[in-house]
Write a protein that binds this ligand. Sequence first.
Ligand code: HAM
Length: 430
Amino acid sequence: MAKLKFQTPTGMHDILPEDQAYLRHILKVAESISTFYGFQRVDTPILEEAELFEKGTGVSTDIVEKQMYTLKTRGGDILALRPEFTPGMVRSFLQHGMHNLPQPVKLYTSGPLFRYERPQEGRYRQLHQFDLEVFGDQSAAIDAQLIQIFVAILKELKLPGVVVKVNSIGDSQCRPYYKKALISYLRNKQYAVCADCRRRLKTNPLRVLDCKEEKCQQVRSQAPQMIDYLCQECKDHFKSLLEFFDEADLPYHLDPYLVRGLDYYTKTVFEVFANLTPENAEGVGLALGGGGRYDGLVKLYGDRETPAVGFGMGIDRVLSAVKRQGVIRPSSPSPKVFLAQLGEAAKKKSMKLFEDLRKANIPVSESLGRDSLRAQLSRADKLGVPYTLIMGQREVLDNSVVIRTMGSGAQKTVKLQDTVEEVKKLLKGE
Ligand code: HAM
């Protein structure tokens, strides 16, 4: 095929009809479970002030440093295509005075995000997330509940081997001690890590633990662990979280080096995978989602202490996993009736009948562009509908319709105004 003049931008893709059925199904499952748990939907703009992410996500994170799509408006504002939901959700929470509502406030959203990534399987420049955020509750019970929701969504989507990797990265009290210990461990290993990590050593040493390079992973395997540096409060929080996991039978795996690549996290961090077992969770597959607690971010934007926790589920990755699994095959309702017509006048009348069938919730298909009855009946056969309604010139004059039972070929004529009721009766008897 000749090269097309226009194609989707690198790292971005169309979501075609065959995938739309999966997408709708995933969103339906995620929304119904979340609303059951008391979450309400908020939609934020795709563009936000770039500074929102610089301050929140963090200037030294890959997302802000390398992946943001930033633009200057004609009015001179510096905006960014949102690379993640959390900062915008916090802005919305504060801007609309939701801190005055009874707490906790539970919000969810979904939609496209943009990250200038190196495109590869499961890593796109326009990605989609389903995102949950809870504001105003500091208890580990809420962290556990969120994770339970996430696991429930994936299980409802019939994904096997769902495992939560979890860690605590402490808070502003204890993390500085850990950071110091980590830097001193890494100091004489700077030539054993990759060039990126050598730089990270100065800007964001915790990110070295997150690097996927083989040699950095080796260095990591002997590194001090945050869990040994947690202050009493963070330790109690983490212990309580794990007790909730045990009680709820949530499949988890402690990952002492899980840090996540965003600056705002405190205490709990987690990522969720499929096709693993808690005992054998070392696989480096792609996370279907991740999240954690961020007790300092609301204060950073609004001078108001509000604990918060949330997660983002990667819809593109979940969609591929559900498709690959092959257990769920969502489809749109198949038509029960085919509406065939012969001649211009019949075509016009059948448009009104088509609309009446829609109002009566009867899935119907047609082939208005075709004129031959044989072609239309063969289309009806292919669709496997039990009945075809035929409107020819005689029926137009008589104000009637022929109902053909496709299996037997039997036909009967009914009045046009009775057609919908007749079809309903026939379908009920199926
Ligand atoms: P994140 O780990 O950056 O967290 O993204 C969450 C999930 O989005 C990932 O686990 C992955 O499934 C999916 N994802 C991320 N980047 C891509 C990509 N380039 N292509 C395809 N899928 C991708 C956050 O975004 C946080 N805001 C989550 C959160 C909410 N934390 C607290 N509240």
